[in-house]
Design a protein. Structure first.
Length: 79
């Protein structure tokens, strides 16, 4: 099993969030983060700010059973 993090534009009703989801080595969704600090006029015109999270650090178990403290960042790159 592989741990994975995927960033994507998430639509919730009429709102669009810059979101990252993290799955553990068993394929279980263990964390969802919607970007809070939107930078620049373009990003603020496209996305809604996510709710202020209780924390973006969490425990992630690897296939070997090792538990690592993990955090996520979401970055928007535009040319």
């Amino acid at each position: 099993g592989t741990c994975a993090a995927v960033s994507f534009a998430e639509q919730r009703g009429k709102m669009l969030f810059n979101t990252v989801c993290v799955w553990n080595c068993r394929g279980e969704l263990v964390h969802t983060y919607r970007k809070v600090n939107l930078w620049g006029a373009w990003e603020r015109s496209v996305f809604e700010a996510g709710p202020v999270p209780g924390g973006v650090c969490f425990d992630l178990e690897t296939r070997s059973g090792l538990v690592v403290k993990t955090g996520v960042l979401v970055h928007t790159y535009r040319k």
